[in-house]
Design a protein around this ligand. Sequence first.
Ligand SMILES: Cc1cc2nc3c(=O)[nH]c(=O)nc-3n(C[C@H](O)[C@H](O)[C@H](O)COP(=O)(O)OP(=O)(O)OC[C@H]3O[C@@H](n4cnc5c(N)ncnc54)[C@H](O)[C@@H]3O)c2cc1C
Length: 507
Amino acid sequence: MSGAQMVERITRVVIAGGGTAGWMTAAAMARALGPEVSVTLVESEEIGTVGVGEATVPPLHDFNGMLGIDENDFVRQTQATFKLGIEFVDWGRIGARYIHPFGPIGRDIGGLKFHQLWLRHRLLGGPEADIGRIEDYCLSAVAARQGRFARPSPDPATVLSSLAYAFHFDAARYALFLRGYAEKRGVRRIEGRIASVERDAETGFLLALALEDGRRVEGALFIDCSGFRSLLLGEALGVGYRSWQRWLPCDRAIAMPSESAGPPLPYTRSTAGPAGWRWRIPLQHRVGNGHVYSSAHLSDEAAHRELTNGLDSPACGEPRMLRFEAGRREKFWDRNCVAIGLSSGFIEPLESTSIHLIQSAIFRLMALFPDTGFDRVEIDAYNRWLTREYELVRDFIILHYHAGERDDSAFWHHCRTMDLPDSLATKIDLWRGKARLLREQHDLFTEDSWCAVLMGQDIMPRGCDPLVLAMPLQETGRFLVNLRERIAITAAAMPSHGEFIARHCAA
Ligand SMILES: Cc1cc2nc3c(=O)[nH]c(=O)nc-3n(C[C@H](O)[C@H](O)[C@H](O)COP(=O)(O)OP(=O)(O)OC[C@H]3O[C@@H](n4cnc5c(N)ncnc54)[C@H](O)[C@@H]3O)c2cc1C
C-alpha cells in the first residue's frame, strides 16, 4: 500500500489468541485507542493457553500504571506475591548461591559506579577487613534473604526508596483479570477456532480470520497472539524463524505445581542441574515449579525425576510438557500483522523476560500505531527496536550459562566452550579488564543487573577504574561500612513478606 493514496484511520483491530499476550494487548488497546476503534479477540478454549509465565520484572508497574489498576486488587485477584529478584543456586559452580536483585546496588559517588568502589576494596584491600558480598549493598537482595517485604518509600532520601519489586502471579488468573478489564471497556471476545487466514491476492495483506464454524472476522490491523504456532505471521505470511539454539540449547520444559510450603518467599529460585535448571515461583495458593532442559542432554524421564525430587512440597497437579526453540521471528511486524508474545519469539524464562517483551511490544506498537498506509519506515523502525531488545535479552541469558566454572556434564561443557555472539563477547571482555559496563539503549537490564550476575558467577575483573584509585581509601571504606549498615537496619525493620500480604492484599 502506498502512503500517498486514501490513508485512513484504523478502526478495526483483530487479536488472534487469548493467552497472556492476547489479553495484555486487548487491555492496553481498550485503554489507549478510544471508542472509535473496535477491538475483537478470537480465542479457543479447546486449544487453551501455554498456561505458564508466572514471574515478572519491575517494568510491569508501567503496564499496570497505564491501565490504571489498583495494585492490591491485582495481587488479590491473581494470587500474586512480591518478587525482589531471583536466587541462583548451583550456577557458576555447584554449591554457590547469589541473588540477582531488582533495584540499585549501592550508590554511585562522584560519577563513579558503586561496583568500582567495592571492587577496589575487594581487589586491593583496604582498612576494612570485611566488605561483604556485593548483594549486601542492595536492599532488595538483603530483604529477599530475610523473607521481608514493604513497598518502597517515595522519599528519595531514605534507603527504603531503593527497594524495587515485581510480581509472581497465577498465569490463568492474570489472563482472566485482564480479560475482565478489557471486556468491561468494550473488547469483543469470540470463542472459536481459527481455520484459515484470508489474504488480499495482490498485496498479501490480511483481510479476515476464517473460523472453523464458518464465521469470518474482518479487520484492518491483525495482532498475532496465537502462541508458538504463530498462525498469522509465521504460517499465513511465511515470516521465518531465526533459531538461537546453538547458544541456548534448552528446548523443553516440564511444569508442575506444588502445595504451598510455609510463608511465600519474596523471590524466584532458579537451581541449575546437569542439563538445565529448575524454577520455583511462590504464589499465595501454591508454588509453581518447572524444569527447563536440553533434550539433547537429558531424557524426559530423567528431567521429570529431577523435577519431582527437587520439590519441597507435595505436587498438586499433573506435569505439563512444553517444547520450544529459542529464537525470534525474522520480522515482528509484516504488512498489517504484528506478532506479540510467543508467536514472535521465545527466550527461556531464566530472567522472566517474556511478559516484559510482550509489554514492550505493546508500548512500541502504540508509539508507532499505524493508519491504513502502513508506513514502511515505521514498520522498519519497530522491527529494529524489537530485534535489538530481543538480542540484548538473549545475551544476558547466555551470560548465565557461559560464565562460571561448571564443567561437570556435556551440557555445561558445551555452554562453557561455545562461541558467543560478538555483542556479548565484547561486553564480557570489557568487564574482565576494568569492570566496565556500558548499558546499551533498549537493554532491559541495568548495569547493576549485569554486575550482579557477573559477580554472582565469580567473573572477577583484573582491575578497576583508575579514577576510583584517586579516592581516599579510608573514606571509601567508611562509606561502604555505613551503607551496608543502613541497608541492614532498613531491611530488619520491614515486615515479613507473609505479614505484608496478609495485611494488604491476601487473596
Ligand atoms: C516453560 C515456560 C515458562 C515460562 N515462564 C515465564 C515466566 O516466568 N515469566 C514470563 O514473563 N514468561 C514466561 N514464559 C512465557 C509466557 O508463558 C508467555 O510469554 C505468555 O504466556 C504469553 O503466551 P502467549 O499469549 O503468546 O501464547 P499462549 O498462551 O499459547 O496463547 C495462545 C492463544 O492463542 C489461541 N489460539 C492458538 N491457535 C488458535 C486457533 N487456531 N484458533 C483460535 N485460537 C487459537 C489459544 O487458544 C490461546 O488463547 C514461559 C514460557 C514457557 C514455555
